[in-house]
Design a protein around this ligand. Sequence first.
Ligand SMILES: Nc1ncnc2c1ncn2[C@@H]1O[C@H](COP(=O)(O)OP(=O)(O)OP(=O)(O)O)[C@@H](O)[C@H]1O
Ligand SMILES: [Mg+2]
Length: 172
Amino acid sequence: MATANANLPQMKQAIFESHGEAETESLGAALAAVLPNGSVVALDGALGAGKTRLVQAIAAASGVDRQECVSPTFVLIHEYAGRRPIFHFDAYRLRDEDEFVELGAEEYFDRDGLVLIEWAERIERSLPNDRLEIRIRPLGATSRRFEFTAWGADYEQALDALARLPGITSPQ
Ligand SMILES: Nc1ncnc2c1ncn2[C@@H]1O[C@H](COP(=O)(O)OP(=O)(O)OP(=O)(O)O)[C@@H](O)[C@H]1O
Ligand SMILES: [Mg+2]
């Protein structure tokens, strides 16, 4: 862990190991509860890691019909009308980062609601500095490790609140 330094942006980390989709569902519900309006969540991890599955869990907990929530691999963005709007991006098929900017996608970062971005590392330069990063690592057929990095005070607070979910730990 980095030591505290006033010149570095604030940053906090946490880990959650899911042993099945039900636990990922609980994680999604907990995230939906702690993320303030206007949050940006950057999701990374290999094909099939569980990015879309986590988005479905967050969206369902926000009142979105589960059938509506599919991987937006062939369109850049899906918008779901839950108790607050959810903007689901997938940067996988973008030609390059310029295409993201040309599409005006950055405007969504200022909207109320939640912005959830799959393959966020592909548009890293366009992401707001303050954000929650979630990297998903498959551990086995049905187990996944979720690694959280909160950038900025709002997301640090969200991670503090998430720590009440059983199974959340701090990195060694
Ligand atoms: N504990 C778990 N948490 C989440 N998903 C799980 C878990 N166990 C098994 N899975 C399965 O892993 C798969 C995750 O697929 P998903 O589409 O969410 O991946 P993705 O990261 O969005 O991939 P892509 O990069 O192709 O969009 C699903 O088939 C899901 O059922
Ligand atoms: Mg996906």
